[in-house]
Structure formats: structure tokens, C-alpha cells
Design a protein. Structure first.
Length: 201
């Protein structure tokens, strides 16, 4: 923990980071990654509450669990096309995130990946996504969601506590885990008022 570290320059020769490498560096405002980095490990920037930007490398394939957990000042993130996996809780409690565009090689949105991103109003999910985990977008500011055409599995409470009024569910969907549609979108107040919400199957 380096609570007074505002910036860091990573050398171009660097090819890997350690688990929780910069966790709790609460003064860190930004990070530029060397091109050789292919994975951001577990908890690498967890609770870096002043982090405003992260310039991800073009060869990045994996963002591991809790990598950017509770980076409350992170307002935007651009994922490279090379990205394949985003781990559980990777961006949970990133309360300043507004828009997320998932690249076309990602097949799964893990459990609680973007949970409690309270300003997140837009998500773009490619057709490559076949599974969305439990609580994946719980507590976001999403009002409308169009799910990928190849989606087969939708986790419990994936969009709970979102102010949804429109959801489009694809015909490919074969599994909604544990509870009914109601619990999947639990406490989405406008979703529960049938006169204002539409759910297309």
C-alpha cells in the first residue's frame, strides 16, 4: 500500500504484474501499461480510489478478478480487441463508470463484474457473449438492455436494482438460474410496473 503515490511509470520491458501490485494506492491517478502486458492480475489496482484512467495495452487478454475493484474515480475504460476474459468483481463498485463496450472475443461476463457501478447507463454486449453471471450488473443505472443474440445462460439477479424499463431477451436463452424473471431483475422498480416496462422474448 502506497497511499501517497500519485503516479507511476512502468518500464517498456515489463511483461507482468504481481497480484495486488498497486492495491490500496489511493492517490494513484492513472496508469499506462507497457505493450507486453497480457494480463492484469487479481486485485492489481483494487481500491485505487483516485484512479481516473487506465490505458490498457493492445495485447491484453485477461483482466482478472477484482483487478479494478472499487476504483471509484474511474470514469471510463477502453477494452482492446484482444481481450478474452474479464474476471469476477473486476470493476465492481467503480461508481464513476458510465459506458462499457465489451469486445467481440469475450464469451462471458462473470459474477458481479460490473456490480454497483452506480453511474453506468450504457452497456454494449457483443454476440460472442453466451453467459452473464449472477449480479453481473446489479446496482447499475441501466434503463434499457438488449442481450446478445447467442446468450444461453443468465445468472441470478444479473440486473437487480437497475432502473430498467426495457429488456430484450434472445431466443437462444436456455437457462435463467435459481429464480424467476422477477428475481433476475429484482427491485428494478420501473420493470415491475407492467405499464411502463417491456420485456421482449
Amino acid at each position: 500500500m502506497c497511499s501517497s503515490l500519485p503516479e507511476v511509470a512502468l518500464p517498456s520491458s515489463l511483461s507482468s504484474l504481481g497480484t495486488q501490485a498497486f492495491a490500496l494506492c489511493s492517490a494513484l491517478t492513472g496508469i499506462d501499461f507497457p505493450s507486453a502486458i497480457t494480463e492484469i492480475p487479481h486485485g492489481a489496482f483494487e481500491s485505487c480510489t483516485s484512479l481516473q484512467y487506465a490505458d490498457l495495452p493492445n495485447n491484453l487478454s485477461t483482466i482478472s478478478s477484482r483487478a479494478f475493484f472499487e476504483c471509484t474515480s474511474l470514469a471510463g475504460i477502453v477494452f482492446p480487441d484482444s481481450l478474452i476474459k474479464i474476471g469476477e468483481l473486476a470493476f465492481c463498485r467503480c461508481r464513476s463508470l458510465r459506458t462499457i463496450i465489451i469486445p467481440s472475443n469475450v464469451a462471458e461476463i462473470s459474477n458481479s463484474t460490473f456490480a454497483h457501478c452506480e453511474k453506468l447507463t450504457k452497456i454494449v454486449l457483443p454476440d460472442s457473449v453466451t453467459a452473464i453471471g449472477s449480479n453481473a450488473f446489479s446496482g447499475c443505472a441501466l434503463e434499457a438492455v438488449t442481450l446478445p443474440s447467442e446468450l444461453t445462460n443468465l445468472g441470478n439477479a444479473a440486473f437487480s436494482y437497475c432502473p430498467l424499463f426495457f429488456v430484450s431477451l434472445p431466443s437462444s436463452l436456455v437457462s435463467i438460474h435459481l429464480y424467476s424473471h422477477f428475481h433476475l431483475f429484482y427491485s428494478s422498480k420501473r420493470f415491475r410496473r407492467h405499464s411502463t416496462c417491456r420485456c421482449l422474448l
